[in-house]
Write a protein that binds this ligand. Structure first.
Ligand code: DAH
Length: 344
């Protein structure tokens, strides 16, 4: 028996490499249920007691050698497999990654800014938390004007001793005032931003929305200039054949004031559900800046005149993309968002 064990030891020691298959066969041959080891341990019972110790040591030696060899061969095989693996090809073009898309409001704001920047307007921004002066008083709102009402305005600090309450701006017209305080005419700016009003949320209204304000001040600015600037904008935004219409209106900060309509983008003026069969869609307020507003910010109204306009970004985006419910802009449902372009 000792001789058999020695032969096995010798045989195992001579193996230097094995394929995966050979390795498995070797394991079964020695360590398997019907393998050499179990066979020899069975025979071990017949060994004479005086030889048992010696034989036991030998037998364990064989087992250890077999186990160690199998482990060694396994490691070698794995190392070889790793070596043979195809190397990374760093010249391979990247697989394309799915891109997100740009929010429709961002897209439309960018488009509006681009259109006005082509005729010399630059962008100005102002704070969302404002004071009464910049949102109302400097814009010629009388003290009892309903827009200051608790119903519409979110106050941060109401009833201040100096009367200059702190509030969330209800329109971006506040940036007109901040700009006039900062820059001397000629002024030609647009001010995109978020505004806040205490309104119930529905398909057509939200308590947070976006506006873009425009302001143009220079010598000899007339209503004709206002009309021409807005006509240019509308043609760029909605197409060359879009018409505009100005209806008299009222805003405290402009005189005269107007509401601007565009010919319906859906029916082109024939009348449909969207334009409520009028052929026209209202898109912004505008007018010649009231001299009181210029004077409140230190601009001489005898030398300078100007116009202003303000529009809702949600509304423009609704018309542009046929969005029927304003709430979709804020829900951020991926199925809604991914319909818009992924490139600015
Ligand atoms: N601030 C007005 C609003 O929120 C919109 C507006 C109307 C802005 C007329 C103007 C303007 O600059 O001239 O409803």
């Amino acid at each position: 028996m000792e001789e058999i064990i020695s032969k096995h030891i010798e045989k195992i020691k001579q193996i230097t490499s094995a394929t995966k298959e050979e390795l498995e066969n070797l394991r079964i041959e020695y360590l398997g249920k019907k393998g050499v080891m179990n066979d020899l341990f069975a025979k071990f019972k017949e060994v004479a007691p005086e030889n048992r110790k010696q034989m036991g040591i030998k037998l364990n030696e064989l087992k250890q050698i077999a186990q160690a060899k199998i482990e060694e061969l396994k490691e070698k095989a794995e190392a070889k497999a790793e070596e043979n693996k195809p190397k990374e090809d760093f010249t391979k073009p990247l697989e394309s990654v799915a891109l997100g898309s740009i929010h429709p409001l961002t897209l439309v704001r960018k488009e509006i800014v681009d259109i006005f920047s082509r005729i010399g307007y630059t962008v100005q921004e102002g704070p969302e938390i404002e004071d009464d002066w910049h949102v109302f008083s400097a814009l010629n709102f009388p003290p009892e004007h309903p827009a200051r009402d608790m119903q519409d305005t979110f106050f941060v600090e109401n009833g201040r001793a100096d009367g200059n309450d702190i509030l969330l701006r209800t329109h971006t017209s506040s940036v007109q005032v901040r700009t006039m305080e900062k820059i001397k005419p000629p002024i030609r700016i647009i001010a995109p931003g978020r505004v806040f009003r205490n309104e119930a949320i529905s398909a057509r209204a939200h308590c947070i929305f976006h506006q873009i304000e425009g302001l143009y001040i220079d010598k000899n600015v007339s209503f004709a200039d206002l009309k021409q600037n807005l006509l240019y904008f509308v043609k760029e935004m909605f197409g060359e054949d879009t018409k505009i219409r100005l209806r008299p209106s009222y805003f405290p900060f402009t005189e005269p004031s107007a509401e601007m309509d565009i010919s319906c983008t859906i029916c082109k003026g024939d009348g449909c559900n969207i334009c409520k069969h009028t052929g026209w869609l209202e898109i912004m307020g505008c007018g010649m800046i009231d001299p009181n507003v210029l004077e409140a910010s230190g601009i001489d109204s005898k030398v300078y005149s100007g116009f202003a306009f303000g529009m809702g970004v949600e509304r423009i985006a609704m018309l542009k993309y046929d969005v029927k419910d304003l709430r979709q802009y804020f829900e951020n449902d991926i199925r809604f968002l991914k319909q818009f372009s992924s490139a600015l």
